[in-house]
Ligand binder design. Structure first.
Ligand code: B1M
Length: 214
């Protein structure tokens, strides 16, 4: 019999919004770890949809439906991730967002939830965030970390532009910059002048702790 991970992956892959939401609730009622449910269920399903899209076997409406199903499940699972936080002193202030021209928010939001669960105060600016908005928010909250997510090769250059803008504003040595997103690599992080690259949400937390001396 298929387990809840497989069923959730299939529901996301097929864009079945109600099933995805119900299965996420079922997973929590079975006391499964929310992060495992996200990775083995939701991410598995959305990646299968992405693979078919890349091969031209899935079209944009199917990809959108898969993303909607994933978001419905995430709306159930993310509060459970954040609940793991408990009462602790903040490990530092993080400004986070997806760069200008890019509306992919699923991975960025998981990173935000995980950082928040780990004890960071996260200011999530959302998607399609302008370079100026990032820099202004860093200034406003005296951020310790700026997290820039980019999912498209065409939007990765925005990460470098934001870093250059921080430098021009005299803020570069006041904030550590982490870059991430599916096309981003360590090589790009070095090239664009970031302090660190994180491949996934768990590594983003490890890197943020290292950069803030926690
Ligand atoms: Co888009 N899309 N998409 N898409 N989409 C990709 C990224 C793509 C690889 C699909 C493909 O062709 N195989 C491709 C990009 C090709 C490229 O540039 N290399 C692509 C394309 C082309 C497009 C459009 C241009 C399609 C079109 O319109 N013709 C368009 C662009 C819109 C825009 O942004 N301007 C588009 C649109 C969409 C949807 C709206 C349909 C939807 C997004 C819905 C949403 O986010 N609300 C969507 C989706 C769902 C995907 C795929 C299938 C899945 C992305 C995802 O959510 N993954 C994706 C294919 C893929 O990645 N396999 C694809 C799950 C998520 C948990 O992983 O986001 O990688 P990810 O996040 C991970 C890590 O990367 C990392 O941690 C996360 C958790 O572990 N991470 C960070 C992310 N940010 C981080 C920040 C950090 C640290 C780590 O520090 C700050």
């Amino acid at each position: 019999m298929a387990d809840v991970f497989e069923l959730l992956s299939k529901a996301v892959f097929e864009g079945e919004i109600e099933d995805a939401e119900d299965l996420a609730k079922r997973a929590l009622s079975e006391w499964l770890d929310p992060l495992s449910v996200i990775e083995k269920g939701c991410v598995d399903g959305i990646e299968k949809a992405g693979d078919l899209f890349a091969k031209g076997e899935y079209f944009l409406p199917e990809l959108v439906a898969a993303a909607e199903a994933m978001k419905a499940a995430m709306a159930v699972l993310e509060p459970a991730l954040s609940e793991q936080k408990g009462e602790r002193k903040s490990l530092g202030r993080v400004v986070l967002g997806t760069v200008h021209g890019d509306i992919h928010d699923i991975g960025k939001s998981i990173v935000g939830s995980m950082l928040s669960a780990a004890g960071f105060s996260v200011h999530d600016l959302g998607v399609d965030v302008s370079n100026e908005t990032f820099v202004n928010k860093v200034k406003e909250v005296s951020a310790d970390i700026l997290g820039l997510s980019a999912l498209l090769t065409t939007t990765m250059p925005r990460q470098q532009e934001v870093i250059e803008m921080l430098r021009a504003e005299g803020l570069r040595d006041k904030v550590k910059v982490i870059v991430g997103g599916a096309p981003v690599t360590q090589e790009w992080a070095d090239k664009c002048g970031a302090d660190a690259f994180a491949e996934d949400a768990i590594r983003a937390v490890q890197v943020a702790k290292r950069l803030t001396g926690n």
